[in-house]
Design a protein around this ligand. Structure first.
Ligand code: AMP
Length: 281
């Protein structure tokens, strides 16, 4: 596995592979890898000839009061895991290489970036759009894989790719969960023992929504009410939002017709956890 830290070197490597007709796949991550990331990596392996994983904790997607400095990092362990998966290149740039002095160019997906998580984390998706656009220009992938865990992020990247004419196929990959249902996340490392138990309320709430829809419930208000009630049974949970929205546009829906996305964000201690499920009528 090559480890590349410099932008120019990454671009030259990719250009070379492209010239040889190789199909390049990129899996962008912030590291502290878990099985969720690795399932994206395995999906990536199937979709091209050369597999690149980027590990970059992107300062531009964290607000000043957020957890950029505390975000868990373990570069050595990440390296071992990626080597074992047969990754061709680990792209691991430093923050000051990605954002040199006087940096001032940003990519903002306006409406889609301002709803759901965007309403509570202003500027977050501007940071995400910017770093993904930069990674696309640096790695020049044919295919990029994103997890459905960050559903809004995936749809924002799709929108950006269409709007800015990036020649990249964006692939979404299902959420990987722990045995008990908790969606895997690097931020789960923040959870203490009691909090880890409490975090299960997110999965229970999503399951509750699924079962209501199965019983014929279609009302957004009813479903959201039941989901909130389920979350509020857990005393350690602080609900940030529960939303029912159109799966492609992320516009709020009042009723489920074909399909709707139920998305939620909940604080457990200092961990902000997100999860979602596609509900089918
Ligand atoms: P992160 O390192 O948290 O920025 O995540 C990097 C990529 O892995 C994103 O596309 C995430 O959606 C994806 N990802 C993170 N956790 C999971 C999970 N539990 N299941 C599937 N994909 C995930």
């Amino acid at each position: 596995m090559h480890i590349i830290e410099h932008i120019r070197e990454m671009q030259i490597w990719s250009e070379d592979e492209r010239r040889q007709g190789k199909r390049i796949v990129l899996v962008p991550t912030m590291g502290f890898l878990h099985e969720g990331h690795l399932s994206l990596v395995r999906e990536g392996r199937k979709r091209g000839d050369r597999l690149i994983v980027s590990v970059f904790v992107n300062p531009k997607q964290f607000a000043p009061h957020e957890d950029y400095a505390a975000y868990p990092r373990d570069p050595e362990r990440d390296r071992g895991l990626l080597r074992r998966e047969g990754v061709d290149v680990l792209f691991h740039p430093a923050a000051d290489e990605m954002y040199a002095e006087r940096y001032e160019t940003y990519v903002e997906v306006e409406r889609m970036g301002s709803v759901l998580c965007g309403a509570f984390r202003p500027g977050h998706f501007r940071g995400v759009g910017t770093v993904v656009a930069k990674l696309f220009n640096i790695v020049r992938p044919h295919v990029a894989i994103f997890g459905l865990k960050d559903y809004q992020q995936l749809q924002i990247v799709r929108r950006m790719v269409q709007d800015l004419n990036f020649d990249v196929e964006v692939v979404g990959h299902p959420i990987v969960r722990e045995k008990d249902g908790l969606a895997m996340s690097s931020r789960n490392a923040y959870l203490g023992k009691r909090e880890r138990q409490a975090a299960l309320c997110l999965y229970r709430a999503l399951k509750k929504a699924e079962s209501l829809v199965l019983e014929g419930q279609r009302s957004g208000e009813r479903i959201i009410g039941a989901v909130r009630a389920e979350l509020e049974k857990e005393s350690l949970a602080r609900v940030e939002y529960v939303c029912l929205c159109h799966p492609a546009t992320l516009e709020q829906v009042e009723e489920i017709h074909d399909e709707a996305l139920l998305a939620l964000a909940v604080w457990i201690g200092k961990a902000r956890l997100i999860d979602n499920v596609l509900l089918r009528a």
